[in-house]
Design a protein around this ligand. Structure first.
Ligand code: SF4
Ligand code: SF4
Length: 397
């Protein structure tokens, strides 16, 4: 590693983060006002002897909201007693559900969301075409990742995103028992993309994923070597266990205390720096620094969508597979793969296959075109495959 390349990589890393944050602040100002994140709904004060009108005054709820919550027909209904509407627990539940859904609806930008999904489809389809045509060079990969994070993160904002659809759905249900249908539709679309083509949405469309990947690729030469330090590959059993425990703890804490432990350290807040606290800033700084050496640390170790997507990935139609008739066991794909998945895919000796982020690095590096990203089923290597000598067609020519 030369002094120059070290300086260049460090500078690129810092400039990328500064650019993302400063442009995001600008973009948030242009789009204006909408918080685009879950608001905490306070538990209302309920006494059964109160009239609805008194209940509204105590909890600062306008008559229009009361009318909707209690389905009032006439103004005189405001004088009805709360005890006609159930127990304090039932009333409190009903009010919180309605308020949570109203606040969810009000916090979203309903023009931006469909436009963003439309752009996602066009962008992902374009990348798929480029990848199939083998046009994605290491340099172009960095540009595509930059365009993706600029478009879907900086310009279109942090919401919606694959992780948020799961995290916020658990939080909303855990704290208010409410279900917000538009979020479930978004989640279904993201999971449908995983069902169609592996972690394709994570690879090329997710705002936090593409930023981590860009940082990882910034610290990589065209021959897949790290510029600074070393690239690490953690064992999948470790990363997946941490990710699963994190999801369980998150869910437990939400359902028990109503606290969202991801919120302060949410990596998507890099596109909403105004909402980032000190602990979040420190965590994200460490996370993005770690991305230089570890492929997508958030995705591998913490992301709830990463875990759920990994489960759905088992049924993906289009996926990476190896053709053992032409493969020469040169192991180039295993070395080039940023995680341990290609090793598991090539060997087929483990029951659990790690996440494949559909980055195509393995396919691009294969000298015999033996790796496919297609609908074909994965086969197993012949028994003597790893012991016999394979002829390299490039050498035998
Ligand atoms: S796993 Fe990574 S890329 Fe996928 S949703 Fe989570 S943060 Fe985004
Ligand atoms: S290199 Fe291949 S196996 Fe590894 S994550 Fe990328 S697409 Fe999947």
């Amino acid at each position: 590693m030369t002094k120059n390349s070290l300086l260049q990589t460090s500078l690129l890393f810092v400039v990328t983060l500064i650019l993302v944050m400063s442009l995001s602040i600008l973009s948030n100002r242009i789009w204006g006002g909408k918080p685009e994140q879950l608001q905490q709904v306070k538990k209302p004060q309920v006494e059964l002897e109160m009239t609805i009108s008194q209940f509204g005054q105590v909890n600062e709820l306008p008559n229009s909201v009361l009318k909707e919550i209690f389905e009032l027909k006439a103004k005189s209904d405001l004088e009805k007693k709360l005890n006609e509407y159930g127990t304090p627990g039932q009333i409190s539940d009903k009010v919180m559900k309605k308020l949570a859904l109203a606040s969810e609806h009000g916090s979203k930008n309903w023009i931006k969301i469909p436009v963003k999904f439309g752009l996602w489809f066009v962008f992902l389809a374009t990348i798929y075409f480029l990848l199939r045509k083998r046009k994605v060079t290491p340099r172009l990969r960095k540009w595509l990742l930059s365009i993706s994070l600029l478009l879907f993160g900086v310009v279109m904002g942090s919401d919606p995103n694959p992780m948020g659809t799961i995290k916020d759905a658990i939080h909303l249900y855990g704290t208010t028992h409410a279900i917000f249908p538009p979020r479930l539709i978004a989640l279904a679309i993201f999971l449908a993309i995983v069902f169609l083509a592996n972690k394709y949405i994570c690879a090329w469309g997710c705002q936090a994923g593409t930023l981590q990947e860009l940082i990882f690729r910034i610290n990589q030469t065209d021959t897949q070597k790290a510029v600074i330090g070393k690239h690490l590959k953690l064992p999948f059993v470790l990363t997946n266990t941490v990710r699963f425990i994190f999801l369980c703890v998150f869910t437990l804490v939400v359902f028990t205390w109503g606290i969202d432990i991801i919120e302060p350290i949410d990596p998507f807040k890099i596109y909403k720096p105004g909402y980032l606290g000190i602990s979040g800033g420190i965590f994200l700084g460490a996370l993005f620094l770690a991305s230089l050496f570890l492929y997508r640390p958030w995705c591998q170790l913490f992301c709830p969508f990463g875990f759920v997507g990994w489960l759905v990935e088992k049924t993906s139609l289009v996926k990476i597979s190896v053709n053992y008739e032409t493969c020469i066991n040169c192991q180039k794909c295993v070395t080039a793969c940023p995680t341990t998945v290609m090793d598991a895919l090539l060997r087929r000796d483990k029951k659990t296959i790690p996440d494949c982020f559909a980055c195509y690095t393995c396919r691009d590096i294969c000298p015999t075109d033996s790796i496919h990203f297609s609908i074909r089923n994965r086969t197993f290597p012949p028994v003597d495959f790893f012991t016999k000598r394979h002829k390299d067609p490039a050498i035998s020519k």
